[in-house]
Design a protein around this ligand. Structure first.
Ligand SMILES: *Cc1c(COP(=O)(O)O)cnc(C)c1O
Length: 387
């Protein structure tokens, strides 16, 4: 048996929609992207949706539209995908980190406040950086693995320290904090559509916001800096080609129309795993806080027992056809970040402790009960023989 880590869920509906676009002759800047943006904005409960060619592009355009640049510090989590912090560096702002909570893997109001106070009081000194004291202007908030932050507390801290929020909700389509959807808590939010996300467009991302200025700047910047008038060869600001094409948008529309079904299958698969893992009590299954009124499962990440040998477990699983991955290697120990900013192991102990033991296992809409049983049984064997 081979069980992949992730797999997109594409039906005849998506295929027909792509064929229809192909036949229409309009492959970019057409009706599908508008429809898709409308669906995404409506879903988040916000006014504007701006679709682009990746989640990273979406975050980058928000950073630019908010005027974040040289001299700005963006506080974020070291336990995330690299884009969350890279987009600050694209604009010569500096990403600085706050540690996470051991159970939700998210920054909490407490860890955020602690880090903000520490940076204001002691600054940041590494082999490459020396800032005696500073105040981050922005919090890049990540609902990691789909689990929402503790938003009420986070918003209070942001208010107290007068920092703006960008919500990187790229992993959290379908999640809710006390009945309010993720993506809607910051000045602007994002969702991403790489093939392993809840829904896919091939490559793609979207900005969702109530802020008219951010939406219109993002629309201009994704389209080579063309102005509102849309004159083709007039460029009123620095722009990029970050447009989402019509084929991708057509897939996105069909996926959004199937969203309830998609989230339902993921929820079922997550529940099945949590049930099956009762057979291996030494494995920690994902923790979901009470304030989470809906969980849009992105990946299913287990925590291996404290002293197990993760690489050996992974190799054992691979031999039996079970893919797995160490989500995430923390950002402050990524080679580029260590070299460029002098960040080091030891700086964010909870993140490091978590990251040493986490393992993402096969998880996708159509994973079968047999596949899940096989995965869990194989993990049990792995722990017994090499773990
Ligand atoms: C997927 C993801 C992104 C965006 O990724 P792209 O591959 O550029 O679409 C951004 N942040 C997080 C946390 C992600 O998981």
């Amino acid at each position: 048996m081979f069980v992949p880590l992730a797999r997109p869920d594409i039906t005849e509906k998506e295929i027909d929609a792509v064929v229809e676009v192909m036949k229409s002759g309009i492959l970019s800047i057409g009706k599908k992207i508008e429809r898709f943006e409308g669906l995404m904005a409506e879903y988040a409960g916000l006014k504007y949706g701006v679709a682009v060619n990746s989640g990273t592009s979406a975050l980058h355009l928000i950073v630019r539209a908010m005027g974040i640049g040289k001299g700005d510090f963006v506080i974020t989590s070291p336990f995330t995908f690299v884009s969350s912090a890279n987009v600050a560096m694209y604009e010569n702002a500096l990403p600085v980190f706050a540690d996470i909570d051991e159970r939700t893997y998210n920054i909490t109001p407490e860890t955020l406040k602690e880090a903000l106070e520490r940076y204001q009081k002691n600054g940041l000194k590494t082999e490459k950086l020396d800032f005696p004291s500073f105040k981050p202007s922005t919090f890049m908030a990540i609902d990691i693995f789909g689990h929402p932050l503790e938003w009420e507390g986070i918003l209070e801290v942001a208010e107290e320290f007068k920092i703006k929020i960008i919500e990187d909700s790229c992993e959290a389509l379908g999640s809710e904090y006390k009945n309010r959807r993720t993506g809607s808590f910051g000045t602007a939010g994002t969702f991403a559509f790489y093939p392993n996300k809840q829904i896919t467009t091939g490559e793609g991302g979207v900005i969702v916001t109530d802020d008219e200025k951010i939406a219109s700047l993002a629309k201009s910047m994704r389209n080579q800096g063309r102005g509102e008038a849309g004159t083709w060869l007039e460029h009123v600001r620095l722009g990029y080609n970050y447009r989402m094409d019509e084929l991708s948008a057509a897939v996105g529309v069909e996926q959004m129309l199937r969203l309830d079904e998609i989230l339902g299958s993921r929820d079922l698969a997550a529940k099945r795993y949590s049930e099956l893992f009762k057979k291996i009590p030494e494995i920690e299954v994902p923790h979901v806080e009470d304030y989470v009124t809906a969980m849009g499962w992105f990946v299913y990440v287990i925590k291996l027992p404290e002293n197990s040998n993760r690489s050996k477990v992974m190799a054992f699983l691979m031999e039996r056809g079970v893919q797995s991955r160490e989500y995430f290697k923390p950002l402050h120990v990524q080679p580029y970040y260590m070299e460029k900013m002098g960040y080091k192991k030891g700086m964010f102990p909870v993140t490091e402790k978590v990251a040493d033991r986490t393992l993402a296992i096969p998880f996708f809409n159509r994973i079968t009960a047999e596949q899940q049983e096989y995965v869990v049984d194989t993990i049990k064997e792995a722990l017994a023989s090499v773990g």
